[in-house]
Design a protein around this ligand. Structure first.
Ligand code: HEM
Length: 243
Protein backbone atom coordinates (compact mmCIF):
# COMPACT_ATOMS: atom_id res chain seq x y z
CA UNK A 1 0.00 0.00 0.00
CA UNK A 2 2.77 2.45 1.02
CA UNK A 3 4.87 1.42 -1.98
CA UNK A 4 1.91 2.04 -4.29
CA UNK A 5 1.37 5.51 -2.81
CA UNK A 6 5.08 6.28 -3.14
CA UNK A 7 4.96 5.26 -6.81
CA UNK A 8 1.89 7.45 -7.34
CA UNK A 9 3.67 10.39 -5.68
CA UNK A 10 6.74 9.89 -7.88
CA UNK A 11 4.54 9.81 -10.98
CA UNK A 12 2.80 13.06 -10.00
CA UNK A 13 6.07 14.81 -9.12
CA UNK A 14 7.93 13.64 -12.26
CA UNK A 15 8.74 16.55 -14.65
CA UNK A 16 5.86 17.13 -17.02
CA UNK A 17 6.19 18.56 -20.50
CA UNK A 18 3.54 21.05 -21.53
CA UNK A 19 2.68 20.82 -25.19
CA UNK A 20 3.21 24.19 -26.90
CA UNK A 21 0.10 25.99 -28.12
CA UNK A 22 -0.67 25.31 -31.75
CA UNK A 23 1.10 27.90 -33.87
CA UNK A 24 -0.35 29.72 -36.84
CA UNK A 25 2.41 30.44 -39.34
CA UNK A 26 0.33 33.25 -40.86
CA UNK A 27 0.33 35.37 -37.72
CA UNK A 28 3.12 37.90 -38.14
CA UNK A 29 3.81 41.64 -38.13
CA UNK A 30 5.90 43.14 -40.91
CA UNK A 31 5.44 46.77 -39.96
CA UNK A 32 4.65 48.83 -36.90
CA UNK A 33 5.36 51.92 -34.87
CA UNK A 34 6.96 52.94 -31.59
CA UNK A 35 6.97 55.82 -29.11
CA UNK A 36 9.86 56.17 -26.73
CA UNK A 37 11.25 59.03 -24.63
CA UNK A 38 14.79 57.51 -24.76
CA UNK A 39 15.77 58.79 -21.30
CA UNK A 40 13.98 61.68 -19.67
CA UNK A 41 16.89 62.74 -17.43
CA UNK A 42 19.22 62.82 -20.45
CA UNK A 43 16.78 64.98 -22.41
CA UNK A 44 16.48 67.31 -19.41
CA UNK A 45 20.29 67.53 -19.17
CA UNK A 46 20.70 68.18 -22.90
CA UNK A 47 18.00 70.85 -23.12
CA UNK A 48 18.86 72.44 -19.76
CA UNK A 49 21.35 75.13 -18.83
CA UNK A 50 24.26 72.69 -18.28
CA UNK A 51 24.60 71.27 -21.79
CA UNK A 52 22.60 74.00 -23.58
CA UNK A 53 22.00 71.55 -26.37
CA UNK A 54 19.31 69.99 -28.49
CA UNK A 55 18.36 66.83 -30.34
CA UNK A 56 17.44 66.25 -33.91
CA UNK A 57 16.03 63.23 -35.71
CA UNK A 58 16.75 61.75 -39.12
CA UNK A 59 15.13 59.33 -41.53
CA UNK A 60 12.06 57.49 -40.31
CA UNK A 61 12.25 58.79 -36.73
CA UNK A 62 10.48 61.93 -35.48
CA UNK A 63 10.03 63.69 -32.14
CA UNK A 64 6.93 65.09 -30.54
CA UNK A 65 7.28 66.19 -26.89
CA UNK A 66 8.01 64.13 -24.86
CA UNK A 67 8.86 61.16 -27.09
CA UNK A 68 10.61 59.97 -30.21
CA UNK A 69 8.44 57.95 -32.55
CA UNK A 70 8.34 56.15 -35.85
CA UNK A 71 5.49 54.86 -37.96
CA UNK A 72 7.88 53.13 -40.36
CA UNK A 73 9.14 50.09 -38.49
CA UNK A 74 9.78 47.24 -40.95
CA UNK A 75 10.95 43.64 -40.67
CA UNK A 76 9.23 40.51 -39.49
CA UNK A 77 7.97 39.34 -36.13
CA UNK A 78 6.16 35.99 -35.89
CA UNK A 79 3.39 36.29 -33.31
CA UNK A 80 2.75 32.73 -32.12
CA UNK A 81 5.15 32.28 -30.49
CA UNK A 82 6.42 35.85 -30.67
CA UNK A 83 9.91 36.09 -32.19
CA UNK A 84 11.65 38.35 -34.72
CA UNK A 85 12.54 42.00 -35.21
CA UNK A 86 11.36 45.31 -36.60
CA UNK A 87 13.62 48.28 -37.21
CA UNK A 88 13.78 51.72 -38.76
CA UNK A 89 16.32 53.47 -40.91
CA UNK A 90 16.62 56.64 -38.84
CA UNK A 91 18.57 58.33 -36.05
CA UNK A 92 18.44 60.41 -32.87
CA UNK A 93 21.27 62.92 -32.53
CA UNK A 94 22.03 64.66 -29.23
CA UNK A 95 24.36 67.67 -29.10
CA UNK A 96 25.47 69.96 -26.28
CA UNK A 97 28.34 71.85 -24.66
CA UNK A 98 28.87 73.76 -27.96
CA UNK A 99 29.31 70.53 -29.89
CA UNK A 100 31.66 68.80 -27.44
CA UNK A 101 28.84 66.36 -26.73
CA UNK A 102 27.63 64.87 -30.04
CA UNK A 103 26.05 61.41 -29.83
CA UNK A 104 24.08 59.73 -32.60
CA UNK A 105 21.96 56.63 -32.03
CA UNK A 106 20.96 55.12 -35.38
CA UNK A 107 19.55 52.02 -37.09
CA UNK A 108 17.22 51.31 -34.16
CA UNK A 109 16.00 47.71 -34.08
CA UNK A 110 13.61 46.01 -31.66
CA UNK A 111 14.51 42.33 -31.42
CA UNK A 112 11.87 40.20 -29.70
CA UNK A 113 13.58 37.08 -28.39
CA UNK A 114 10.66 35.58 -26.44
CA UNK A 115 7.40 36.64 -24.75
CA UNK A 116 9.63 37.82 -21.87
CA UNK A 117 12.59 39.52 -23.50
CA UNK A 118 13.26 42.22 -26.06
CA UNK A 119 16.60 43.76 -27.04
CA UNK A 120 17.01 47.27 -28.47
CA UNK A 121 19.94 47.04 -30.91
CA UNK A 122 21.47 50.28 -32.24
CA UNK A 123 24.56 51.82 -33.81
CA UNK A 124 26.23 54.46 -31.59
CA UNK A 125 28.61 57.20 -32.66
CA UNK A 126 30.03 59.98 -30.47
CA UNK A 127 32.18 60.05 -27.37
CA UNK A 128 31.83 58.79 -23.85
CA UNK A 129 31.48 61.36 -21.06
CA UNK A 130 35.31 61.12 -20.75
CA UNK A 131 35.67 62.04 -24.44
CA UNK A 132 36.73 58.56 -25.62
CA UNK A 133 35.54 58.26 -29.26
CA UNK A 134 32.88 55.61 -29.90
CA UNK A 135 31.70 54.24 -33.24
CA UNK A 136 30.01 50.89 -32.62
CA UNK A 137 27.58 49.03 -34.86
CA UNK A 138 24.93 46.54 -33.73
CA UNK A 139 25.22 47.25 -30.02
CA UNK A 140 22.68 45.29 -27.89
CA UNK A 141 22.00 48.56 -26.09
CA UNK A 142 19.01 47.88 -23.83
CA UNK A 143 17.00 44.88 -22.72
CA UNK A 144 13.24 45.06 -22.35
CA UNK A 145 11.07 43.15 -19.91
CA UNK A 146 8.13 42.07 -22.07
CA UNK A 147 6.59 40.11 -19.19
CA UNK A 148 6.17 43.38 -17.26
CA UNK A 149 4.61 45.24 -20.21
CA UNK A 150 0.91 45.68 -20.99
CA UNK A 151 -0.22 43.67 -24.00
CA UNK A 152 -3.51 44.38 -25.74
CA UNK A 153 -5.22 43.92 -29.08
CA UNK A 154 -6.12 47.32 -30.50
CA UNK A 155 -7.91 47.13 -33.85
CA UNK A 156 -5.49 45.53 -36.28
CA UNK A 157 -2.49 45.91 -34.01
CA UNK A 158 -0.80 44.12 -31.16
CA UNK A 159 -0.02 46.87 -28.67
CA UNK A 160 2.81 46.25 -26.18
CA UNK A 161 2.89 49.26 -23.87
CA UNK A 162 5.29 50.44 -21.17
CA UNK A 163 8.09 47.94 -21.77
CA UNK A 164 10.67 48.64 -19.01
CA UNK A 165 14.16 49.04 -20.52
CA UNK A 166 17.55 48.77 -18.82
CA UNK A 167 21.07 49.38 -20.09
CA UNK A 168 23.20 46.33 -20.99
CA UNK A 169 26.94 46.04 -20.26
CA UNK A 170 27.65 46.65 -23.99
CA UNK A 171 25.31 49.67 -23.93
CA UNK A 172 27.05 51.07 -20.84
CA UNK A 173 30.46 50.75 -22.58
CA UNK A 174 29.25 52.41 -25.79
CA UNK A 175 27.23 55.24 -24.23
CA UNK A 176 29.93 55.80 -21.68
CA UNK A 177 28.16 57.47 -18.78
CA UNK A 178 25.42 55.40 -17.18
CA UNK A 179 26.16 52.08 -15.45
CA UNK A 180 24.82 48.71 -16.62
CA UNK A 181 21.27 48.23 -15.36
CA UNK A 182 20.40 51.95 -15.57
CA UNK A 183 16.71 52.41 -16.39
CA UNK A 184 15.85 54.16 -19.65
CA UNK A 185 12.33 55.34 -20.53
CA UNK A 186 9.74 52.63 -21.12
CA UNK A 187 9.00 51.76 -24.74
CA UNK A 188 5.65 51.30 -26.44
CA UNK A 189 5.45 49.16 -29.57
CA UNK A 190 2.53 48.71 -31.92
CA UNK A 191 2.79 45.76 -34.33
CA UNK A 192 0.57 45.78 -37.42
CA UNK A 193 -1.37 42.54 -37.78
CA UNK A 194 -5.00 41.38 -37.67
CA UNK A 195 -7.20 41.62 -34.58
CA UNK A 196 -7.38 37.79 -34.50
CA UNK A 197 -3.58 37.43 -34.65
CA UNK A 198 -3.12 40.08 -31.96
CA UNK A 199 -5.48 38.13 -29.70
CA UNK A 200 -3.67 34.89 -30.56
CA UNK A 201 -0.30 36.44 -29.67
CA UNK A 202 -1.67 37.49 -26.27
CA UNK A 203 -3.11 34.01 -25.66
CA UNK A 204 0.15 32.32 -26.76
CA UNK A 205 2.04 34.56 -24.34
CA UNK A 206 -0.24 33.48 -21.47
CA UNK A 207 0.07 29.82 -22.49
CA UNK A 208 3.85 30.16 -22.33
CA UNK A 209 3.90 31.70 -18.86
CA UNK A 210 0.93 31.71 -16.54
CA UNK A 211 -0.60 28.33 -17.39
CA UNK A 212 2.53 26.22 -16.70
CA UNK A 213 2.85 28.11 -13.41
CA UNK A 214 -0.69 27.08 -12.46
CA UNK A 215 0.07 23.47 -13.48
CA UNK A 216 3.30 23.52 -11.45
CA UNK A 217 1.41 24.85 -8.42
CA UNK A 218 -1.15 22.03 -8.82
CA UNK A 219 1.58 19.38 -9.04
CA UNK A 220 3.30 20.72 -5.93
CA UNK A 221 -0.02 20.81 -4.02
CA UNK A 222 -0.73 17.17 -5.05
CA UNK A 223 2.80 16.17 -3.97
CA UNK A 224 2.37 17.82 -0.58
CA UNK A 225 -1.00 16.06 -0.10
CA UNK A 226 0.41 12.62 -0.94
CA UNK A 227 3.40 13.28 1.31
CA UNK A 228 1.05 14.04 4.23
CA UNK A 229 -0.91 10.78 3.64
CA UNK A 230 2.37 8.80 3.54
CA UNK A 231 3.51 10.39 6.80
CA UNK A 232 0.24 9.48 8.56
CA UNK A 233 0.42 5.89 7.27
CA UNK A 234 4.04 5.51 8.36
CA UNK A 235 3.23 6.86 11.81
CA UNK A 236 0.31 4.41 12.18
CA UNK A 237 2.47 1.51 10.99
CA UNK A 238 5.19 2.37 13.52
CA UNK A 239 2.53 2.65 16.25
CA UNK A 240 1.12 -0.79 15.31
CA UNK A 241 4.60 -2.39 15.22
CA UNK A 242 5.52 -0.75 18.54
CA UNK A 243 2.32 -2.03 20.21
C1 HEM B 1 32.21 70.15 -21.78
C2 HEM B 1 32.00 68.87 -21.49
C3 HEM B 1 31.01 68.42 -20.46
C4 HEM B 1 30.62 69.02 -19.31
C5 HEM B 1 31.08 70.34 -18.71
C6 HEM B 1 29.63 68.16 -18.71
C7 HEM B 1 28.97 68.41 -17.52
C8 HEM B 1 28.02 67.62 -16.95
C9 HEM B 1 27.38 67.88 -15.69
C10 HEM B 1 27.64 69.05 -14.78
C11 HEM B 1 26.51 66.87 -15.48
C12 HEM B 1 25.59 66.69 -14.27
C13 HEM B 1 24.23 67.20 -14.62
C14 HEM B 1 23.22 67.07 -13.51
O1 HEM B 1 23.50 66.47 -12.48
O2 HEM B 1 22.09 67.57 -13.69
C15 HEM B 1 26.60 66.00 -16.60
C16 HEM B 1 25.81 64.88 -16.75
C17 HEM B 1 25.87 64.05 -17.84
N1 HEM B 1 26.73 64.17 -18.91
FE1 HEM B 1 28.02 65.66 -19.25
N2 HEM B 1 29.42 67.08 -19.49
C18 HEM B 1 30.25 67.19 -20.59
C19 HEM B 1 30.37 66.32 -21.63
C20 HEM B 1 29.62 65.19 -21.79
C21 HEM B 1 29.81 64.27 -22.87
C22 HEM B 1 30.82 64.35 -24.01
C23 HEM B 1 28.88 63.30 -22.70
C24 HEM B 1 28.71 62.12 -23.61
C25 HEM B 1 27.54 61.56 -23.89
C26 HEM B 1 28.13 63.62 -21.48
C27 HEM B 1 27.09 62.89 -20.97
C28 HEM B 1 26.46 63.15 -19.78
C29 HEM B 1 25.37 62.35 -19.26
C30 HEM B 1 24.75 61.13 -19.93
C31 HEM B 1 25.00 62.92 -18.05
C32 HEM B 1 23.89 62.42 -17.11
C33 HEM B 1 22.58 63.10 -17.46
C34 HEM B 1 21.46 62.58 -16.58
O3 HEM B 1 20.80 61.60 -16.94
O4 HEM B 1 21.22 63.17 -15.49
N3 HEM B 1 28.62 64.78 -20.97
N4 HEM B 1 27.51 66.46 -17.47
Amino acid sequence: MIAALALAAAAVLAPTTVAPAASTADCAAESGSFTWGFKESFRAYISGSIANGEWTTEGGIGYETPAFFSDSLAGSIALDPIDGSLGVDGALRFTGHDGILDTTISDVRFVVESPERLVVVVDIRGTTQDFVPVDSADVPFLTGDLAAAQWSAGGDALLIESIPLTLTAEGADAFGTYPEGEAFDALTLSLDTTAACATQAIEARTAGGAVPLIIAAGVIAAGVGIGAVLAVLLRRRRATMGA
